[in-house]
Write a protein that binds this ligand. Structure first.
Ligand code: AMP
Length: 249
């Protein structure tokens, strides 16, 4: 069984986000970039399927600039077998990523595609769902547990108020939630080995895909600064302030 995982290069989750000077996007110049945390979980799940003998090959896929090769290399150091980069300097929207993924799926014929539930930069939570729709495949989103058996996959999903388990016919698309697993760190020997693994580079034109943006960003702004709080003497004063200053009761 072949598994394809998507890994996006995003601003590292520890970095304090700043808006760029012309207020068109988040500043990414001279900022630490890393693999999207939900994608680390996707890679880890793929590796576990390989270790269990369920998957025979794990491919890491990304769409983005040349530097996205570093993100793929991280997936290779964790344990993926090879990588595919669809190189572009345009900021890609989820539909464009889903179209690129579909083109690669049609070439590689994986049985399972695992993507993160959302990218922490755009928080779209759309790519996996769009890919499943474009392919006409089953989908299991927000997975916190996967059980594979012959030709089908049980996905436990985190939904409001509990857990739901769906039984999907493969091929399928799964999106990862936080509690699916705890991703491993790449060991030094594996980082060295990853340098020899292959990354195939293609681009949207070669795949015949139009990735031009469909959305226009009007303005990006920082949230308003929070005002300092005040200590109130007692409940009477609190109620008075809520009623007459905040006007919320
Ligand atoms: P989003 O729909 O943008 O929130 O992203 C959901 C998931 O789709 C991410 O966690 C990734 O697994 C995948 N994805 C989105 N954009 C890219 C990209 N440029 N390259 C690779 N994977 C991506």
């Amino acid at each position: 069984m072949k598994v394809l995982v998507a890994v996006k290069r995003v601003v590292d989750y520890n970095v304090k986000i700043r808006v760029n000077s012309n207020q068109t996007a988040v500043e990414t110049a001279n900022v630490k970039m890393s693999m999207n945390p939900f994608d680390e979980i996707a890679v880890e799940e793929g590796i576990r399927l390989k270790e269990a003998g369920t998957a025979s090959e794990l491919i890491a896929f990304s769409v983005g600039p040349k530097q996205s090769q570093e993100t793929i290399r991280t997936a290779l150091a964790m344990g993926a077998d090879r990588g595919i980069l669809v190189e572009t300097d345009i900021i890609v929207e989820p539909l464009a990523v889903a179209k690129c993924l579909k083109a690669i799926v049609e070439k590689e014929n994986p049985d399972l595609v695992i993507v993160g539930k959302q990218a922490i930069d755009d928080d779209s939570n759309q790519t996996g769902q769009m890919l499943a729709a474009l392919l006409g495949w089953s989908q299991g989103t927000f997975a916190s547990k996967l059980i594979l058996s012959d030709g089908s996959i049980k996905v436990t999903r985190e939904v409001d108020g509990g857990l739901e388990t769906v039984d999907l016919k493969m091929p399928a698309v799964v999106t990862t939630d936080l509690r699916l697993n705890e991703p491993r760190y790449a060991s030094l020997p594996n980082i060295m080995k990853a340098k020899k693994k292959t990354i195939d580079v293609t681009n949207p034109e070669e795949l015949g895909i139009d990735i031009s943006p469909r959305l226009t960003v009007l303005k990006v702004e920082e949230p308003a600064k929070r005002l300092a709080g005040v200590m109130v003497e007692d409940v009477v004063q609190l109620v008075d302030k809520l009623r007459n200053e905040a006007k919320v009761i």
